[in-house]
Design a protein around this ligand. Structure first.
Ligand SMILES: C[S@@+](CC[C@H](N)C(=O)[O-])C[C@H]1O[C@@H](n2cnc3c(N)ncnc32)[C@H](O)[C@@H]1O
Length: 326
């Protein structure tokens, strides 16, 4: 008998820049009717899981994508091998509870990184290889994600995962019910998990589809590294290309929704751009807590920009407690 999840699935990864806290603001822009759903910057998939929890994806084609091969590999493993992942996670959780940070570093450096490197070597030697992730590796990624610092996924210059352990007293390493609920959703034959860059959505989204873009943030303070490359590998040129993709889809008649910081570049591309206005895009502001910042003093509230052409927008007015202004 097919597994019936006891509750709606929630994101099983914690993700830097994850959009859970922005959901109340974003929900107001979900279109009331749409065709397929596309999320080209998946991460922990806060909006995807929220739409799923609201029953808005039933019977629809869903295309979830990310350029992070570990993210896509892990989702695919959850979809197809969830029981093995739960078993591995239970063991990891048991050891973590007894051995603490020392165990985290042992898993990270002696097991996860070597296994991940071996898989990458295999992939390089086989052009046909996909982004399949063995259950053990997926379980280790989830374990490191839930016990590591702030849900960061960071690789050093040698391509090794190097996030330090986080400070959690009792991290929830294995939420078996939720993982099974996620698996039941991700394994539906209407759900596609793709390892691809956001531009591919141009070939995949049709008139009437709903596309949510949540790219890596443009930093609020101009940092020397940004114009060339951010830590997430997303340059200002990539943000300009994303604007073109967003405008093309809006002109095509897709429902588009995009969130980013309110940095000058984002405002130039969407708020002060006549092309964006002509394509039917409007911008709104929402208050959010700042994403990851090493300095506690820099973690205060920030204004995020929401860009959309969907009809579900709030009326113009003063900022409300939900953090809206127009
Ligand atoms: C801000 S995060 C998305 C967070 C997500 N909305 C959530 O709720 O967790 C941005 C994601 O974009 C991915 N990414 C970076 N460059 C990309 C590209 N060119 N195309 C697609 N995804 C990309 C990163 O790997 C990361 O997972």
């Amino acid at each position: 008998m097919a597994f019936r999840p006891p509750h709606a699935p929630r994101p099983f990864l914690k993700w830097a820049g994850g959009k859970r806290q922005l959901l109340p603001a974003l929900r107001r822009f979900y279109p009331s009717r749409f065709g397929a759903y596309h999320e080209p910057f998946l991460g922990s998939g806060a909006v995807f899981f929220d739409l799923e929890a609201r029953g808005l994806l039933e019977g629809r084609r869903v295309v979830l994508a990310d350029t992070n091969v570990d993210v896509v590999g892990c989702y695919r493993a959850v979809a197809h091998d969830v029981e093995a992942i739960v078993e591995h996670l239970r063991t990891l959780a048991w050891h973590h509870a007894r051995e603490g940070p020392g165990f985290y570093y042992e898993v990270r450096d002696r097991r996860f990184n070597p296994m991940r490197e071996a898989l990458q070597r295999e992939r390089l030697g086989n052009a046909q290889a996909g982004v399949e992730y063995p259950a053990e590796l997926a379980a280790m990624l989830i374990y490191l994600n839930r016990t590591g610092y702030n849900g960061l996924f960071r690789l050093n210059a040698r391509g090794l995962f190097n996030v330090p352990v986080g400070r959690y007293r009792q991290p929830r390493v294995c939420d078996a019910d939720n993982l099974r609920a996620c698996a039941a959703t991700l394994a539906r034959d209407t759900v596609e998990l793709r390892h691809q860059s956001f531009e591919a959505v141009l070939d995949q989204a049709h008139e009437g589809d709903f596309v949510y873009f949540d790219p890596p943030y443009v930093p609020l303070r101009r940092s020397a590294s940004f114009t060339a490359y951010t830590a997430a590998g997303f340059s200002s040129d990539a943000h300009r290309r994303l604007q073109q993709v967003t405008l093309t889809l809006a002109r095509r008649g897709c429902h588009v929704l995009l969130s980013n910081s309110s940095a000058p570049l984002v405002r130039d591309l969407y708020e002060r751009s006549q092309d964006a206005t002509r394509a039917g895009l409007r911008t709104f502001r929402a208050r959010a807590r700042r994403a990851i910042n090493a300095r506690a003093s820099a973690r205060g509230p920030v204004i995020e920009l929401i860009v959309t052409n969907t009809g579900g927008a709030p009326r113009a007015g003063r900022p409300k407690s939900a953090g809206f202004s127009v």
